[in-house]
Design a protein around this ligand. Sequence first.
Ligand code: HEC
Length: 196
Amino acid sequence: MESPAKLIAGAMVTLAVATASLVVLPYLQLKPLPPPPGLEPYTEAQLRGRQQYIAHGCVYCHSQQPRDPSQAPDAARGWGRASVAADYTHDRPHLLGTMRTGPDLFNIGARQPSEDWHLGHLYQPRAYVPGSTMPPYPFLFETKAKAAPGDRVVTLPPGLGPPDGVVVAKPEVRDLVAYLQSLDHTYPVPLPEETP
Ligand code: HEC
């Protein structure tokens, strides 16, 4: 070894360059973005529903990141404009997803606002989309002989519910649907290059 001082100096320079490029520069680039004016924070019920979405693994089959037309025909599929970073201001953790076994859900609230449709679809997806590979979630519902006051009775397609009695939505599935209905990012945003 020529000189330990040179070795140490070299190591320090390498460390300084690595710290600058991997820590300091990203820190300067990643400023907190203001939420777009059209983006509402989640309500308590929607946040509880978001936990249900995580707990039931919806994220493993559904993305929440429509892409730019140059990358995928997501807009033509009806999934909405390409998402921008500020769209995720209130999302901790974000639920971008990597798999698209089912459609992207970033704008499902705008595409399908009906609570009845969502409840019925979660109870049995195949009753709405023949041959759907989405699993049914019947354990989020209760079958009762008669609805009690305050029960949310689910309106199901003919022949799907129990022959006598009603299907009632449990509070957790109502929260989940409130979350799905909140997924509406159709408000305008500045183009990515104009984003501050
Ligand atoms: C195994 C993969 C899989 C899982 C897990 C899954 N889905 Fe799906 N999902 C699909 C497929 C496939 C479709 C398209 C067919 C259909 O509508 O049933 C779909 C459709 C949907 C739709 C309708 C989308 C549209 O554009 O019409 C919604 C809403 C939805 N899923 C919500 C959920 C929620 C909420 C969960 C978690 C409780 C979930 N999915 C779990 C595969 C999945």
